[in-house]
Design a protein around this ligand. Structure first.
Ligand code: FDP
Length: 332
């Protein structure tokens, strides 16, 4: 690679340019989604800059709270809220996000992230909770931003998945991972094995097959960071499967597909502060993979209340197909 020539490239595909291009493909678009996405991008830049400058521990300290995780969530929400204020009067969309996913990893410097999903509001004069209690398949866009050794924003507006890396010298997200496609089958499984004694039979059988395949193939490697954005990012790029299954302790798994809903935020717009399963499932499908709950396609779930959780198996098409087969066999 010619690094010098690269440093002076001017034909860069910034995320703004990409989103504007996408907008121009839809003649009816009025630009609201473009504006909304640019505010989300700005929010991610704020967080990335805070992480780089002060470290999140300091960031949390600013909020002056004792509950580290709650404080971090709230503080990051506030950053996003600041970014959203300008567009509250033309709201056509609602954004549901987990502002700081993987927050138990903050103190040890592991990658953490922001996850977001975007829905259209039915009646912008009368925004209700129903606007976010829609199935995942109704989302118009979803993405995440990972704050790690580099800052990467992965986005889908329903037309494939693209990854952008923040260039700190330009202050811009640049397209570095165009048209991400997850490998059809992967060599990695990702799960918290500490919960194994409480797993159901299909999950236990799948993990057993990963370790001791009977078809002559090599065992899969285990990789588990415990930070969903980082685990899903690796799964998207390298293939394999990420699972947070149901177990006897948590029959609905751990990860949420609806959200903690803050009263304070309703004054401005419907912003939701916890959000994991739907955006990641949307991205997986857009990249050619699958996302399954143990019973159904994850994006078909219809939330009925806030804080709803679901078991989740997402990743390479064939690996998830295998899991679906194990659940189907158990149901017979
Ligand atoms: P965290 O609790 O650190 O915020 O649902 C949140 C989450 O992290 C995910 O990011 C992560 O995949 C999962 O929990 C890890 O849960 P376990 O510690 O139970 O494995």
């Amino acid at each position: 690679m010619d690094h010098e020539a690269d440093a002076y490239r001017t034909d860069l595909m910034t995320i703004t340019r990409y989103v504007l291009n996408e907008q121009s493909r839809n003649p009816e678009a009025r630009g609201d989604l473009t504006i909304l996405l640019s505010h989300i991008v700005l929010g991610c830049k704020f967080v990335a800059s805070a992480v780089n400058k002060a470290g999140l521990a300091k960031l949390i300290g600013l909020a002056g709270e004792t509950n580290v995780q709650a404080s971090a969530h709230w503080h990051i929400s506030a950053i996003f809220l600041l970014c959203e204020i300008e567009i509250r009067s033309s709201v056509e969309y609602c954004v549901c996000f987990d502002p700081l996913d993987g927050s138990s990893n903050i103190d040890c410097g592991v990658s953490i992230g922001t996850i977001f999903g975007i829905y259209m509001i039915k009646d912008k004069e009368n925004v209700t909770l129903e606007d976010v209690l829609q199935p995942g398949k109704s989302m118009v866009a979803a993405g995440y931003c990972m704050y790690g050794s580099s800052c990467t924003l992965v986005l889908s507006t329903g037309n494939g998945v693209n990854g952008f890396t923040l260039d700190p010298s330009l202050g811009e997200f640049i397209l570095t991972h165009p048209d991400i496609k997850i490998p059809k089958k992967g060599k990695i499984y990702s799960v918290n094995e500490g919960n194994a004694k409480n797993w159901d039979e299909p999950t236990a059988k799948f993990v057993e097959k990963c370790k001791f395949p009977k078809d002559g193939s090599s065992p899969k490697s285990l990789r588990y960071i415990g930070s969903m954005v980082a685990d899903v990012h690796r799964t998207l790029l390298y293939g394999g499967v990420f699972l947070y299954p149901a177990d006897k302790k948590s029959p609905n798994g751990k990860l949420r597909y609806t959200y903690a809903y803050s009263q304070h935020l309703t004054l401005l717009m419907k912003l939701c502060v916890l959000y994991e399963v739907f955006p990641m499932s949307f991205l997986m499908e857009q990249a050619g993979g699958q996302s399954f709950t143990g019973k159904e396609r994850a994006l078909d779930l219809v939330p009925t209340k806030i804080h709803e959780r679901s078991p989740i198996f997402l990743g390479s098409y064939e690996d998830v197909e295998e899991i679906k087969g194990l659940y189907a066999a158990q149901a017979k």
